[in-house]
Design a protein around this ligand. Structure first.
Ligand SMILES: [Zn+2]
Length: 52
């Protein structure tokens, strides 16, 4: 198992932080109208996306 890394902001996790990372398929519509897909998000980014 490698260390998790946030696809959105690039934050790298450690074993201690592993539970704070979210795996799945998350999409975000960017200001320019394109859509970005993330498979791994840190807790901060996950909160930002889920809030929408
Ligand atoms: Zn992040």
């Amino acid at each position: 198992m490698g260390q998790p890394k946030c696809d959105r902001c690039g934050l790298e996790g450690t074993i201690l932080y592993e539970e704070r990372f979210w795996s799945g398929s998350y999409t975000e519509t960017l200001p320019d109208g394109t859509t970005a897909t993330f498979e791994t998000l840190c807790d901060d980014c996950h909160s930002s996306l889920v809030r929408n």
